[in-house]
Design a binder for this molecule. Structure first.
Ligand code: BEZ
Length: 233
């Protein structure tokens, strides 16, 4: 029985993403089995056949090859049933020229939505025709150990930015592989920040071209091929 209630989710960065089983546009799905050893982007939508969500799903579908290159699987969630999801996907493909093949989970009772705290309490208009809360626009970036690495939360009225989601994956993966952080508006190819855990001597070995703007702000180009020769975490 679906109810309007506060979510008791305490998911934070570093939490293990809960598993779930559900119907989806691609049939029954076990979340952990679907993700396997990949990274995953789990993202929710308020409702099927709505304009903002339609543009978002078309954009995610078009960018899917870039996510695949980075070993990332996509999985959407919306509260409607799978019959509606399938009909909506036909519209999405027609309107946006995409070919959406990743699953969209069906969560009519908001069970997964509550687990992941994808529920809206601020926007009283974001409810279905029965007055049940609709989901908001949540994005969870989950790593292969099923650890939640990044959470974004947008209101129903604001469409997300797929390039930003991809950029965050690039940053997380680069920071996992090298002792770096990524500065404001970083995109791959830009200089990165040498991690504060490295002293200057250690930094010099790993990043021979680093330069100190301030003792606490050291920048370096990130030439991944060059770095792979002498940089193992
Ligand atoms: C939309 O996707 O367009 C939308 C859905 C729910 C509320 C507002 C906008």
């Amino acid at each position: 029985m679906a109810t309007n209630k506060p979510s008791d989710s305490t998911l934070r960065l570093g939490s293990i993403a809960p598993n779930f089983e559900s119907d989806s546009s691609n049939g029954k799905i076990n979340f952990y089995e679907y993700v396997g050893d990949s990274w995953c982007i789990l993202f929710s939508h308020p409702d099927d056949f709505t304009p903002v969500c339609t543009t978002e799903l078309g954009a995610f579908a078009k960018l899917e090859p870039e996510f695949t290159k980075r070993n990332v699987k996509l999985i959407g969630l919306s509260v409607n049933d799978t019959k509606m999801h399938k009909a909506w996907i036909e519209d999405i493909n027609e309107i946006t020229g995409s070919f959406l093949s990743f699953p969209i989970v069906s969560d009519p009772k908001r069970e997964i939505s509550h687990k992941y705290d994808m529920i809206d309490f601020q926007d009283s208009t974001n409810v279905d025709d029965k007055g049940l809360q609709l989901t908001i626009r949540s994005v969870f970036i989950i790593d292969p150990k099923k650890t939640i690495r990044l959470i974004m939360t947008y209101p129903a009225s604001t469409g997300r930015n797929t390039a930003e989601v991809l950029r965050c994956v690039d940053s997380l993966q680069a920071c996992d592989n090298y002792k770096i952080a990524t500065p404001i508006n970083w995109i791959p190819g830009d200089d990165v920040i040498v991690h504060n855990s490295l002293n200057n001597d250690e930094a010099k070995k790993l990043f021979p071209k680093f330069r100190a703007i301030k003792p606490y702000l050291r920048l370096t180009p990130l030439d991944i091929q060059e770095l792979n020769k002498n940089h193992k975490l």
